[in-house]
Design a protein around this ligand. Structure first.
Ligand code: GRG
Length: 301
């Protein structure tokens, strides 16, 4: 189901506004570039202000608003999330991982600042995320728990390990279920955390938290399916990263498992799941949480 052009433009405008809000809050809540250790903080700001989509903060803010939360409370969580996300990109690009030269259309952090500073930059981002959540008062315990689970070995780190192992394994066939498991851990877990943290920041009820988490998870699965497709169909100028790398590296992607058409079909099925999860959240067609699914399915970047 594709969106009418006017609706797609509205969602683009909403995403742009969420991006501007996130950038302002990042600037306010990150250490200044001249703070010591200067090299680490320069690298940190280079990594963060490299033009990311800010999807995770946008989802968090959307869910927080849905449950009547304030932007002030969502801000600390949004910045913490984007710190964790950016750290994962900086470390993922390192020579010992995906060894990438290009990210968000610019040289990767280790190409500009060197490998050691890139490792420290990622470490500083991850640590800063939890320092920010320490400032959320009575919500702190819940927020730290959700973000730590999503970022750690039971989430993103675990997904990265499976991803690297599947790449090294170079198995003759790629199993779609294994790919789905990797997607869930390496990508969807953090987007699920974004939605759940939005609900926590708005002091939503436990059942609402669960619905928010399920929505983020479904959205994240669909998002990563599209990412696998874009690796094959996208170009460097639009993507801001090197296309074709997953394929060249023999990664366990949805396209490797199902072929391009099979992956497209699967992405549409995942979008259907995500729309159902949006409905469980109380959103209907025409609401942002619902229409965002179609927008992400159609994305080119
Ligand atoms: C945790 C040590 C460690 C390494 C990193 C998950 C991961 C592990 C790295 C991220 C690499 C990757 C391609 C993950 C899939 C998730 C994904 C699609 C990331 C890109 O997210 P976007 O498109 O990026 O939202 P922008 O640049 O827009 O913020």
């Amino acid at each position: 189901m594709s969106l009418a052009p006017a609706r797609a433009a509205e969602i683009d405008a909403w995403l742009a506004e969420a991006r501007a809000w996130t950038d302002r809050e990042l600037d306010r809540l990150l250490p200044p570039p001249h703070a010591e250790p200067r090299r680490v903080h320069e690298a940190l700001r280079y990594a963060v202000f490299g033009g990311g989509k800010r999807l995770r903060p946008a989802v968090l803010r959307l869910v927080a608003a849905h449950y009547g939360g304030t932007e002030r409370e969502a801000a600390l969580c949004a910045v913490a999330l984007e710190c964790v996300h950016t750290y994962s990109l900086v470390h993922d690009d390192l020579p010992c991982m995906d060894d990438d030269d290009l990210r968000r259309g610019r040289p990767t952090v280790h190409r500009v600042f060197g490998e050691a500073v890139a490792v420290l930059c990622g470490d500083a981002l991850l640590t800063h995320a939890f320092a920010l959540l320490a400032r959320t008062g009575p919500l702190c315990g819940d927020l730290v728990g959700v973000l730590a689970d999503a970022a750690g070995a039971s989430g993103m780190v675990g997904g990265q390990d499976l991803d690297l192992a599947a790449t090294r394994g170079a198995a003759p066939t790629v199993d779609a279920q294994e790919v789905a498991h990797i997607h869930e851990l390496k990508t969807a877990a953090l987007i699920a955390a974004a939605a759940e943290m939005g609900a926590i920041a708005a002091r939503a009820r436990p059942t609402e938290r669960i619905a928010a988490q399920a929505y983020g998870l479904a959205l994240g699965r669909c998002f990563q399916a599209v990412d696998d497709i874009l690796d094959v169909t996208g170009d460097a100028a639009t993507l801001g990263k090197t296309p074709g790398k997953d394929q060249a590296a023999g990664k366990a992607t949805l396209v490797a498992a199902l072929g391009l058409e099979g992956a497209r079909k699967r992405a549409k099925e995942l979008a259907l799941d995500a729309r159902q999860a949006a409905e469980a959240l109380g959103a209907v067609k025409g609401d942002l949480a619902y229409d965002l699914v179609s927008h992400l399915l159609a994305r080119r970047t």
